[in-house]
Design a protein around this ligand. Sequence first.
Ligand code: IMP
Length: 454
Amino acid sequence: MTVTIVGSQLGDEGKGGVVDLYGDAADVVARYQGGDNAGHTVVHDGEKYKLSLVPSGAVRGKVGVLGNGCVVNPETLFDEIDTLRDRGLEPDVRVAERAHVILPYHRALDGIEEEEKDDLAAGTTKRGIGPTYEDKAGRRGVRIGDLLDPDALRERLEYVVPQKKALAEEVFEKETGEEFDIEHLYETYREYGKRLEEEGMTVDCGDFLQERIDAGDNVMLEGAQGTSLDIDHGVYPYVTSSNPSSGGASVGTGLGPTVVGQGDVIGIVKAYLSRVGTGPLPTELGGVEDQTPDYDASEGAGEDEEELATRIRDEGGEYGTVTGRPRRVGWLDMPMLRHATRANGFTGLAINHIDVLAGLDEVKVGHSYEFDGEEIFTMPPTTEAWGRCEATFKSFDGWPEVDWAEVAAEGYEAIPENARTYLEYISDELETPIYAVGVGPGREETVIVENPYE
Ligand code: IMP
């Protein structure tokens, strides 16, 4: 039995909390894409843990797996594991031998290319994610399995590193250091390989997960980022370089789509919108200027909108976990969610952060777009067209600030009526039932309507 958790918007929908909550019933939590670009904070026994790569379930004694669809920076991996161990935990983390390795030259090139791209820059986390997936597709990547095999590692580095060095020095005219030095890389990454081997961390991901499923274990498949950041279904080129959408859960773990499809696919929705990085955002409120070189929504945004944006940003703690950048915020965008619902085949929704909107007189939703004089209900396929869309808003009466912990304890009917009207509009429009409602940052502050493992 699998349950797949997918971000339906632009990442940071609060997937961590849902993974954490439903993950109680899971024995294994596997990530299927992305790398250390995905920040999440886990609170366990009153202690806060900040992780960007290790699946959060590992903090709670689950087996955490990094699937073959992930890109793994071994330095981050071992830093996170060592920090958890220093704090008295014994994380059980497995890594797919087919997963690709982020090398220091990937990080260097991520920064160099972002600078070079100027208006086309995605505002990446500069963790080397894109360049590593590029090498995967270019068949010049280094995989986790290669770190265990000295000859394979040397052969791959000897082929690829001179190309990367020439790219940095001759095309981008940058000075290079040890991150482009074959010997240094070989020595460092062989050591990581030895440690992976000594600690028995590497697996054939698909086999490992299928065996656990056959033995009756509950497996959770955890997506990072969100559907609008998906390289195929998102707002290209302002996207990440993998498939956060549910198809990635199969390809990125080695479990068949028929296996993944037997379980629930839960779309995590934030009750409003936020994003780090660049690209259009039709329902944006105010703007964060330095991240929006091409589409600066702050132009023409009234003072009231700026104030509202700041209020939501501060209430919702909308500052990047990995980078600390202030996030851009906007009203909920229904065309984006209709697109995500189809692309992922959601069977249930977890709608988060309705508490952040409490106390507003009016809550708006981008119900449809006006696009070249027509009303459309889903996202157009090109980002240029999306940038021309103007949101047509629906307005909802606001709901009061209440004791959300009490609401979580009492259940769905205790949610203020106007908030329920808002939630039910979303569920009706997407023809998908609500499984959970997030009413605060803590894992106890969630109203559970349906538990997918029961
Ligand atoms: P990359 O994944 O670092 O290559 O960044 C590509 C785009 O995805 C940028 O717009 C990032 O801001 C965005 N992004 C990457 N990871 C996350 C995340 O965990 N949450 C939100 N946005 C993300």
